[in-house]
Write a protein that binds this ligand. Sequence first.
Ligand code: ASN
Ligand code: ZN
Length: 294
Amino acid sequence: MLPDVPSEPDRRISDAEGYEKLPGRLVRSEGERATGDESVDDAYDGLGDTHRLLVRVFGRDGIDGRGGTLEATVHFGHRYDNAFWDGERMVFGDGDGEIFSGFTQSLSVIGHELAHGVVEQTARLRYQDQSGALNEHVADVIGALVEQYSLGQDADAATWLIGSGVFTEHIEGRALRSMLEPGTAYDDDLLGRDPQPAHLSDFVVTEADHGGVHLNSGIPNRAFALAAIEVGGFVWEHVGRVWYDTLTGGSLDPDSGFTAFRAATLAAASARFGPESREARAIESGWAAVGVET
Ligand code: ASN
Ligand code: ZN
């Protein structure tokens, strides 16, 4: 049940002031006015947007579902080229100014990092191999949904990009990843070409990056985007809802791979919309299009 009065977030933004030391100095707590530091204020607003999606659409009060504080640190490290969830907080670097212009500029990145906290509290997908790619995938789904919900975009209007705005103008690229067209987000002299696979037959077997979790997430990402577009309308109302149900429904275990995850999404779609529903059929064809079948 959704609460009658949607609960408000409780945000705390800290500033690492260029050091790689956490949590940094607390610079903005809930209800305090904008600081004028763009990274601080973008993080504060992005956490608010993500909280709004979770509470209003999914009835979940924040990362832990109990209104716990949303903690973030900005200006982490010197020219630091990443953002991450450390198990307790979201952490954002400023970027080196040559490739990356900062990580709080993208709402989908903020939603992605917060989502890692939600996954840790729910399905606990192990951050290795296929379950790790699914962990990355679910974080991208929530990142994309936050952006779509905040902008009021339907499946066709959505960009399906994760991290647009994080590259400087020197880079030939649209974003970190494309959920709809994995492998096409960037093609740059310095960075090379976006290495994400878009089909199970191109699954990347590697020791690096916990078994290629940021690469192989392209496969479920595309299944999700295709299913969402096939249904049409606001994604958070149907396929997004099914994914949230899958995450919280208790049928996944930490080592679930693509096949088990597919089955869990189909069961969740049947439970919410019916086994012969448009939603269930679209999800089935989304998975088939990327080569994930029974
Ligand atoms: N930005 C990356 C992520 O959230 C950082 C990492 O690889 N841990 O997935
Ligand atoms: Zn991630």
